[in-house]
Design a protein. Structure first.
Lengths: 644, 262, 223
């Protein structure tokens, strides 16, 4: 298989313009003859569904939640980047492009990222027109902040709830199309298989989560906007329902899965408090603008702290190690997410972690409060402090917060070309579900940008180019391919229900998460990964022998829903390990202990790994086949990231 | 692993939970004893623990809605000890922690109760009425593309902030659940106010108010009697001022719009 | 239905009618109270009887009486319609509910309070209004119908006094919520003025009802 990224010819800045002209158009009167399925209603899915509807296509949108408004994009706090240069501080499309490529440690496609930076400006216009209440200055113009260590202020935000406001904007646009009858919404409906006919994606098989009914939906194109797979780790900042099932089942139907090992561990999350922990809560990394990260200088002090013999405020200034400021004087506490996370792990591994588990570091606001006063700090971070106090029962104004990294975002995903089409014609992937724009590490405030760019401004063009070449003929859901897929889904559900073993689904999920976290988390090595692969296989076998799923298919059955998702995580986890094993360099969020600089920083191997690893499924338990898409950098020079 | 507070003692609790097989079956309260609950658990983690126990015994776990567990998606619900989202103000059920309960306590857990929110199963209700209300007009009619530059229309910060306050509604339905009339006025008013305040939303403010209220009435929610229970129980603090604004918007629209048919 | 009937049969429209009629009825209470204060004039009821005579026969007052009646009818009718709607909006009650945590007792019991007031109103109308208008009340020293005597006699009965006091208490609670609630329903809220409206409403409710309640107590204890 030859991977054709379909990057248009021409200078970087003109590629998208030229491509837009080169693409075929569907006659306005003919658009109503085409059906498009959109799975997932987060930023990418809702914006795509709304825009397809506006253009005149017939859209069917699906989400597993009770309402499209609940998609996990809603939880994004910080903001959305756009190269508006409203602040006159030197930002430009090229700078946003450059920062994103560099932040991704040179493992993303230049052309895609440049396009992302180009359309970023349109996103803000669109959202404002929808009535998204972004933060404003007293003069009435939009406010910006610098985010995630960026040197320019290009982040637009709506207090700490930017994702919510953007999603509700996209949701409202979709609602308008639902009211017009152009979008038909299927909430509480989960995609369980992709249907391909003659090699083209022609529909999906879903389960109605209320009745258990297995149904088929046919269309001319299918868009997966189903988010990331961070929940492979069980504990992550993802929502409880976030899952990889749609993407994974498309992968099993032939779609390549790219860079699965690229996961982002976010440094500022509330630490685990007990075994019952069901998810991790992220606190915006804007906290690092004023908070100072530290641990005790010595293991002895840390031990006494953990035992409760001394309290944090007893530790003298001289006994504290502000390790980020010490190691990275230029960036200090504002180093990129992967660097901050890895260093937190390092100091905890040394035994200097705090909290009763020893898996936490301090984020201290005492100096900021002394400098700016408590009211100023409360005005900036009040809601975050409140959230922290609510969860931990500790007052962050009086004692430093305890934070620890947590799985947050997955840069990997379904392989797509420049048109966001997977290698299966007619199957598209958008937002976090694809691999395309963030390389090996995503910058803060870029996820929202990418989701909306894909949905509002990329897919609506590129999907037309595909549909324009396709006959109007609809495929009936009575086609044998649909019946076959339905039967497979039913058989799988029945198999899960029939095992009647002794261990719960969560039990397996937690076990998988532990393996992934220990061996495929913030630091990875060949030995650990090889071990993890065996462990995952064992766990998977045990799952299919011993899982307990109660109830029947023909009802609202949350255990069965989870079982299907965990079954897929058990396969995806192995692919992540395979990918991590294959990529013996360190880059971005992927840190191979074998590949580091003398100062323990990530060491890229551009000579051997400047490629996208796209994996082909060959059957459960079989070795996947690796396809490489070489990455060409014509506009940026590859440099080793340095934040010293 | 111990919790953040190593001195916190595990609690024993008695849960009384509404169990209902499906929309058409009758339901009843079922009692479950529960031991060794850490005060640092969230309320939903406490239910996870119970469900794991039930599963191991081969019993059906309790179905309840939840997703982000960060208090923002609005999916979790639960009427806990007579209060929507439990005893703590300004808190969704997923952000409610067991430290607010005491050892030996009996906790009743019921689904939202409203004709417009029929029970799907156990504690899960159907809130699609909310979506239909939004579809009736909770948007600005702009297509993608072709919009003016974001900074073309300045919006005073105070207005933008007020619109944001209204826009933070998470659509959980606690307002309906807490209201003795099962009224959805707070929910509807949040969206109507947000868009009526912003210049972008003003163009359609009349039809929006008319249509959203009409849909609200069709869905079978009760009328507002200004008890203020909704705002008091709202996890994100949507203000009653929005309801006043909705009343103003609606009557203003009805009396001055050119829509004579309805 | 045309737009007009649709507007005023919507939940908000009905509430607006209740607000307007409610505030109108409040204004009636003021007039009624001021007039009745003539009971306290130490003239054996002569002034009160002249006042009653005027109220019973002046054509403007008689016209307004119909408006007043309509005010009551709409207020009560819409209350009835909305209460029924509100009951059906929650067909299954909670097993455990703690409304006192989020709302005042009076705000939740407007229907109950209103019913108490309605029962009182019927007895009150029968006893005074009906007898003054259609009954046979002897004349006083000035040859005017001596309604004053009817008042004095009525308020000698303990149960009648009790009914009045209870009803006025109910009315006070009804108004404490209703007065400011009417402004909320009419959308007349403002950061600057709403606190004043709320305080005024509270004082108004208490003072008006106290004023009315003093009358039966005065005649019971001091006559």
């Amino acid at each position: 298989m030859i991977l054709d990224s379909k990057i248009p010819e021409g200078p970087l800045a003109e590629k998208w313009e030229k491509h837009k002209f080169d693409m075929k158009l569907v006659n306005p009167a003919n658009k109503r003859k085409y059906d498009i399925i959109v799975v997932g209603t987060g930023l990418a899915g809702a914006s795509a569904a709304a825009t397809f509807g506006e253009l005149g296509y017939n859209v069917k949108a699906f989400c597993f939640q009770d309402s499209p408004r609940r998609a996990h994009s809603i939880a994004a706090q910080g903001g959305i980047n756009a190269a508006k240069n409203y602040q006159n501080d030197g930002d430009s499309v090229f700078r946003l492009f450059y920062d994103t490529i560099k932040g991704g440690d040179y493992r993303a496609r230049e052309a895609n990222v440049y396009r992302l930076a180009q359309v970023s400006v349109n996103i803000i216009d669109q959202c404002v027109a929808q009535g998204v209440p972004f933060a404003r200055e007293y003069g009435g113009l939009l406010a910006n902040r610098s985010f995630g260590g960026a040197q320019v202020s290009r982040t637009f935000y709506a207090r700490g709830q930017t994702g919510q406001q953007l999603l509700l904007g996209a949701y409202s646009a979709m609602n308008r199309q639902i009211a017009y009858g152009k979008v038909k919404m299927y909430p509480r409906t989960e995609m369980l298989d992709l249907v391909t006919i003659d090699g083209q994606a022609r529909g999906i098989v879903v389960r109605n989560l209320i009745t258990g009914q297995i149904e088929s939906h046919s269309a001319h194109a299918v868009v997966l906007a189903t988010g990331g797979y961070g929940n492979v780790f069980f504990l992550s900042t993802n929502a409880m329902g976030s899952n990889a099932t749609a993407a994974w089942r498309a992968h099993k139907k032939g779609a390549l899965f790219a860079n699965p090992c690229f996961t982002q561990i976010h440094p500022t999350c509330i630490p685990v408090s007990g075994e019952y922990q069901s998810k991790l809560t992220l606190m915006s990394e804007s906290l690092r603008n004023d908070g100072r990260v530290w641990v005790p200088k010595t293991v002895e002090t840390a031990e006494r702290l953990r035992k409760g013999e001394i309290s944090v405020n007893d530790i003298a200034e001289a006994d504290r190690d502000y390790y980020l400021e010490r190691k990275y004087p230029a960036f200090g506490n504002l180093v990129p997410r992967d660097v901050a996370s890895r260093n937190a792990k390092l100091v905890c591994d040394e035994g200097r972690g705090v909290g009763s588990t020893g898996l936490a570091v301090y984020l201290d606001f005492a100096d900021a409060i002394k400098r700016d006063g408590q009211p100023a700090i409360a005005a900036k971070y009040g809601n975050l402090f409140e959230m922290y106090a609510k969860i931990t029962d500790e007052n962050p104004y009086e004692r430093p917060m305890r934070i620890y990294p947590a799985v947050h975002y997955t840069m990997g995903g379904l392989w797509v070309d420049y048109n966001l089409m997977t290698n299966i014609p007619g199957l598209y992937a958008a937002g976090e579900a694809n691999f395309s724009d963030h390389g090996a590490n995503r910058l803060g405030a870029s996820a929202l940008m990418q989701g909306l760019a894909d949905g509002y401004f990329v897919l609506p063009y590129t999907i037309g180019d595909y549909l324009a070449r396709l006959p109007y003929d609809k495929v009936s859901v009575d086609h044998p391919a649909f019946k076959e897929a339905e039967q497979a889904v039913i058989a799988k559900n029945n198999q899960l229900l029939a095992i009647n073993g002794t261990r719960t689904v969560d039990d397996f999920h937690k076990a998988l998460g532990q393996i992934m976290w220990d061996y495929c988390g913030m630091a990875r090595n060949a030995e650990g990964l090889t071990f993890a692969k065996q462990e995952i296989r064992k766990l998977r076998d045990e799952f299919w022998r011993d899982v307990k799923v109660t109830g029947v298919n023909e009802e609202l059955n949350q255990t069965l829903e989870k079982a299907n998702r965990v079954a897929d995580f058990l396969e995806l986890g192995e692919l992540m390990v395979d990918d991590a094993l294959n990529r013996s360099e360190s880059c971005g969020g992927h840190f191979r202990e074998e590949s580091q600089t003398p100062e323990n920083e990530a060491l890229r191997d551009d000579e051997n790994y400047t490629y996208v690893a796209a994996w082909e499924f060959t059957g459960v338990g079989n070795e996947p086949v690796l396809h490489k898409e070489e990455l060409k950098f014509e506009n940026v020079k590859l440099t080793q990231r340095s934040y010293k | 692993m111990a919790g953040s507070n190593p001195n916190a003692k595990p609690m024993d609790l008695t849960l009384k939970v509404w169990r209902q097989k499906d929309r058409n079956s009758p339901g009843q309260m079922v009692t479950y004893p529960l031991k060794g609950i850490s005060p640092d658990m969230s309320f939903l983690e406490m239910l996870d623990v119970l469900n794991e126990d039930l599963l191991r015994k081969g019993e059906e776990p309790i179905a309840f809605d939840h997703d982000c567990r960060e208090g923002i998606c609005g999916m979790c619900s639960l009427f806990i000890n007579g209060r929507a989202h439990g005893p703590e103000r300004g808190t969704t059920t997923c952000q409610l922690h067991m430290r607010h309960f005491s050892h030996g306590e009996t906790i009743t857990i019921e689904p939202w109760r409203a004709a417009a929110f029929p029970v799907h199963k156990d504690l899960i209700v159907d809130r699609s009425a909310f979506d239909r209300i939004q579809q009736a007009g909770g948007y600005v009619s702009v297509n993608t593309g072709g919009v003016p530059d974001a900074n073309e229309i300045p919006i005073p910060k105070s207005i933008a902030d007020k619109a944001f306050d209204a826009a933070t509604c998470i659509g959980c339905g606690a307002c309906v659940a807490a209201c003795k009339n099962a009224s959805a006025m707070l929910f509807v008013s949040a969206k109507v106010s947000q868009l009526a305040m912003l210049p972008q939303g003003k163009t359609e403010r009349k039809t929006r108010a008319e249509n959203m209220v009409a849909q609200m009435d069709i869905e079978g929610f009760g009328a507002c009697t200004n008890t203020g229970a909704c705002a008091a129980e709202c996890p994100v603090g949507i203000s009653l001022e929005n309801i006043a604004m909705l009343n103003r918007e609606y009557m203003g629209a009805k009396l001055t719009s050119e829509n004579v048919a309805s | 239905m045309n737009w007009f009937t649709k507007t005023f049969s919507s939940t908000i429209g009905r509430k607006v009618i209740m607000s307007i009629t409610g505030l109108f009825l409040c204004s009636f209470l003021v007039i009624h109270l001021i007039g009745n204060f003539q009971l306290f004039k130490d003239d054996g009821g002569l002034a009160f009887n002249v006042y009653s005579e005027f109220m019973g026969h002046n054509p403007i007052i008689r016209t307004l009486e119909i408006v007043l009646l309509l005010g009551f009818v709409f207020h009560i009718y819409d209350a009835f319609v909305l209460t029924r709607r509100n009951k059906t909006a929650r067909p299954v009650e909670y097993a455990n509910t703690r409304p006192s945590e989020n709302s005042t007792w009076s705000s939740r019991n407007m229907g109950l309070l209103g019913t108490v007031i309605l029962v009182f109103l019927i007895i009150h109308l029968y006893n005074f209004f009906w007898r003054a208008r259609f009954g046979d009340i002897p004349a006083d020293a000035d040859g005017v119908e001596n309604l004053y005597m009817v008042v004095v006699e009525s308020f000698q009965q303990w149960w009648y006094v009790l009914l009045y006091v209870v009803a006025m208490a109910a009315l006070a609670f009804h108004l404490i919520h209703g007065f400011q609630s009417a402004f909320q329903t009419l959308g007349l809220t403002h950061k600057k003025y709403t606190p004043f409206i709320q305080a005024f409403g509270y004082a108004f409710s208490v003072l008006i009802c106290l004023g009315f309640a003093i009358m039966p107590l005065y005649f019971f204890f001091f006559f």
